[in-house]
Design a protein around this ligand. Structure first.
Ligand code: DX5
Ligand code: ZN
Length: 218
């Protein structure tokens, strides 16, 4: 079976201490660092933008995985690439020209990710398989950490695993990942699990050991 990567979402970290939070989760076994960018328009919440990404980049030794929950996307791709994103993931629902967006992400020198909201059929990704390095299945409605996993999305994960076949495309799952849901998610075929609240609960930069225990429990 494929190795599972854990990508903690810093949405659940201490916003006043991102540098040390990132160092702590990487020391505790995080494979990637997942950065949730929200615009108060595509999703009903606001987080941060390219300057914050640039500021945290020197603290990341693994992979900066930037999840854009913004619309439009295209005017901001170069700024996130310059800020040091390794992967830029855009939502299929964020505009009328997702193919162009994915092209632009690769042209900017980043790996291209495609995110699908829970209301989007997996087959919508079919024409884009040669354009993507990662597909992100949202298992909550995007906008907030700490929501409940939408069980019916296990079907979407399994359908995308079948569509991906042997292609070198990561299948990421984002939202409601916990020690309870993770085994079903892995069984359905995901290989990168984003987890915010389930990683950061119970720990702090002063006492980061719970982060490691939480990561291993997933
Ligand atoms: C949701 C974000 C997620 C979120 C996950 O809009 O894309 O990355 O932070 O949080 P948890 O793991 O708490 O569901
Ligand atoms: Zn995310």
């Amino acid at each position: 079976s494929r190795p599972i990567k854990i990508a903690p979402s810093i949405l659940s970290a201490d916003f006043a201490d991102f540098g040390r939070e990132i160092q702590a989760i990487e020391a505790q076994g995080a494979d990637w660092v997942h950065v949730d960018v929200m615009d108060g328009h595509f999703v009903p919440n606001l987080t941060f933008g390219p300057p914050l990404c640039a500021a945290i980049r020197p603290h990341i030794k693994t992979v900066m995985d930037v999840h854009l929950m913004i619309a439009p996307v295209d005017p901001y791709i170069d700024a996130f690439a310059k800020a040091g994103a390794d992967i830029i993931t855009a939502h299929l629902e964020a505009g009328p020209h997702i193919h162009r967006t994915l092209q632009a992400i690769r042209a900017a020198g980043c790996k291209a990710g495609l995110a699908l909201n829970p209301g989007t059929a997996p087959q919508a990704a079919a024409p884009l398989m040669d354009m993507v390095d990662l597909i992100c299945v949202m298992t909550v409605n995007p906008g907030f950490g700490g929501q409940s996993f939408i069980e019916s999305q296990l079907n979407t994960i399994a359908a995308l695993r079948a569509m991906i076949g042997d292609r070198p495309i990561h299948l990421q799952v984002d939202g409601g990942v916990t020690p309870d849901t993770a085994p079903r998610i892995a069984m359905a075929g995901a290989d990168v699990l984003v987890a915010g609240s389930a990683v950061f609960r119970g720990g702090s930069v002063a006492d980061p050991a719970p982060y490691g225990a939480n990561i291993r429990a997933i």
